[in-house]
Design a protein around this ligand. Sequence first.
Ligand code: FAD
Length: 295
Amino acid sequence: MNPLENNKPSLSFEVFPPSSKATIDGLYTSLHQMEDLRPDFISVTCSNRQLSLEESTVKIATHIQNTHQVPSIVHLTAAYLSKKEVDVVLEALHREKIRNILALRGDIYPGRPRSTDFLYAGELISYIKAWDTSFSITAACYPEGHPESADTLDDIYHLKEKVQAGADQLITQLFFDNELFYQFQEKCWLAGIDVPIIAGIMPVVNKKQAERIIQTANVQLPRKFLAILEKYADNPVALRDAGLAYAIDQIVDLVTQGVSGIHLYTMNQAEIARCIYNATHSLFDLKSQDALSIL
Ligand code: FAD
């Protein structure tokens, strides 16, 4: 049984730190335009290649909280950080009153020397919880398995370790086949993982993004989804409309079936968040139990 079925599903957004001054201004404009959608939180990604997390991710997360009064989550990847470097980030978060961290190991780049302080995300979660128990921790999960895992069971075994280390909720990698999410969710419940599992949904709205997903995302692409990409590849408006409709269809199904929350990969575009919000927000106001009982 879904342990969260009496709670309302959350709706949250993800943004990323842009690389140039012009695009940072664009992000701040987008955040301003997202404010009246009142997301439950906005998470800000980070990159292993960034020079300073405080100057990028933490700064944007602080802006979200202080200017828009929306709780923010800071993504923190630790594969290349020492404990001392993590301390600096945690102190900055403390100073800025940011209480939420998405604790990650991060991708491994062959040939780049690693710190041995945090081999896996679970170690970072334990470290943060020991540093200050009041931090709320989110961890990543992979309905179709992490690419390095031998199989999904191995992945779920390590996912449970992250929850036991102190993760309060999980956000999934993007997926396009809801059935795979439901199967994963059920395996997690059977394994005793009882924290909210928030579904990460990425609306695919342009050709470049579609090509990147086909090449890099380690997820199954259903026939219905591939047909959209193929048929509308050279029609940007139709591709955008069909991509948004596909994401909305996924969200309607997930919320109706009692998902804990939807985390929207907005790609820093407020109009994407608004379009999805306009089409689905009444569903989020119902309790999951009500949503199931109308069937
Ligand atoms: P882990 O949980 O450590 O898992 C990595 C692999 O190791 C898995 O195969 C797991 O099964 C295995 N494993 C875990 N613990 C153990 C153990 N104790 N012993 C043996 N094996 C173990 N990347 C970024 O660079 N920046 C971001 O902002 C970012 N945000 C993300 C947000 C979400 C919601 C998701 C799903 C991913 C995000 N990523 C981000 C990508 C992520 O960094 C990569 O997928 C990375 O390869 C794994 O990070 P993790 O925290 O999931 O690792």
